[in-house]
Design a protein around this ligand. Sequence first.
Ligand SMILES: [Zn+2]
Length: 666
Amino acid sequence: MLFCFGQEFVTFQNMKHLTLLVAFVVSAFATAQQTEYVDFKRLTADLRFNAETSSVYGNLAYEFKIQKPVDAIYIDAINMRFEEVLLNNTAVEWRNDGEKLWLLKAFKPQQTYRLTFTYQATPKKAMYFVGWQDEAPNQIWTQGQGKYTSNWLPSIDDVNDKIEFDLTVLSHKENQAIANGKLLQKTTVNDSMAKWHYDMKQPMSSYLVALVIGKYQKKTEFSKSGIPLEMYYYPKDSNNVEPTYRYTKQMFDFMEEDIGVAYPWQNYKQIPVHDFLYAGMENTSATIFSDAFVVDSTAFNDRNYVNVNAHELAHQWFGDLVTAKSGEHHWLQEGFATYYALLAEKAVFGKQHYYWQLYQYYHELVAQDRDGLATSLLNPKSSSLTFYKRGCWVLHALREKIGDKAFRTAVTQYLQKHKFKNVETQDFISEAENVSGQNLSDFVALWIEGERFPEAEAKTLLMQSAFIQEYEMVDCEAVTSKCEYYLNSGVSDQAKAKIVRQQPHLVTSETFKNGLKVRQAIAESLSKIPQALKQDYQSLLDDMSYKTKEAALYHLWVNFPEDRATFFNKTRTAFGDATKNVRLLWLVLALSTPDFEPDNDVMYYNELVNYTAPVYNYELRISAFQYLEALNACHSTCKANLTQAMTHHNWRMVKFAKALNERLNK
Ligand SMILES: [Zn+2]
């Protein structure tokens, strides 16, 4: 069904006139934000889609309360058309300037209004129709943060107006439609269509509204507190559900316990989508993440979803329940999410892992400062590294300073006091000061306000870990007699891997008896393989890591040309992680080995080219394009896929494709 729109669509001609009018209206908000005048309470939206034209249509009902007298209010709405705009069921004067829907009326304070209208939009961003023009899975999904929900749903971009969003979605029956909140019911509309009715109980900022439509199955577990944990997956991925979502329940239970505030929403859903813009997004009760994190048990050891899973979960409190008032306080979202993700990982992987990650963050932050890029944590233009990892470090340092008990009480009280509202840095610091009885102004000046990352103070905190002390001590940049001893001693795997990378020639048959990470270091750094270690080296091809298999296959192929067929046969069915890293290398090496199955060369070449198609995730496509470029073999199909890639919705794919296209045209 399609419905028509009348004359209210803004044309270029009447735009000038409107701009004048709107400029006048905007002056009412010159010194204050709209939230002072009006509080939007609730949105009920009935939505449907046309995937052919990438359009969304909706019937909306907004409830809002006026706080102070005002002559005009607006709803953010980018390039939309409106009809049947009614206020309390009566016609109202309204304007559409292409960015906002304005309601012009002398609004009286303390009154509650109900606004209803229909709209249509063909969003350029924030809502993505993926796979409808190619072989990729057909999906519709959204990304509000950084893109603005007002591109697809008339809403309030200001994070300080929290609204209860209740979405109803029409789609084909065989799809799943997933949105924020609880699915009250799925009703059948006709033979092919159904409606999903979602209900939120609490308000949130508009950037957290989410919608996913696609073909999914789900596995549901329940947290200790009884919250349903819904884990969505593509029907073909049923064998990957366990490794992909490993530790979900454990981390959820940990998070509720450690934060000391019950999970604030009705359920928790996680949904993978194709070629997502980021690793994950913490939409309230409905985290969306990249399907490149859907892994098997082997790929789990190379790159898994655990940290992203924990990070987005932590945001359900830090970001969704309490939301930073403005960019200056962004670290209250990202620093807390990074820190609590690390705490959840500590509960799963142990204290060494926790310190290992802090140690990595420390080095990244120190390097950023050395590059002259130091900024205060309160600078809204700071890098992600600063917001995420320095923010995390601030919380680690604060916990060390005021103690475990005071820290946890402060976090709990901070969340309780400001739940469903907006916060700034001082709100948290005040709680920490109240609970601990300490004056934290020096701490704040050093760790939060100061431009430089407190390197020396952080180093002292790191050195409280015997594991980090040992790692620092074990150093073979210059070989000493101790290096061989270390390699066969009881030092940590990380320390042994460090020596292997620094001095690969020290590797002996004994070294292969170590764990996955040490063996991976051998595969990646021992490029000249002594005959005596050939058997041991070959055993790397059986490791539970595709990174190890990939590096080992390459080095064996180079070192022992006479045995290439053996190596190929041993790795013929190992496809690799989400980027099919082992398979791509296998194909390229097979094509570069003239006496290996020459009759299959065309088939292998076609398979390699096929991996540049849109059905595959963009990281895999980039790898395949890179190999074809290196082989000087990007011909017609490869070039057609490259042209498609240049108009992809993901900027990383576009950037790569444009650069490659330029190189090929030279
Ligand atoms: Zn985050």
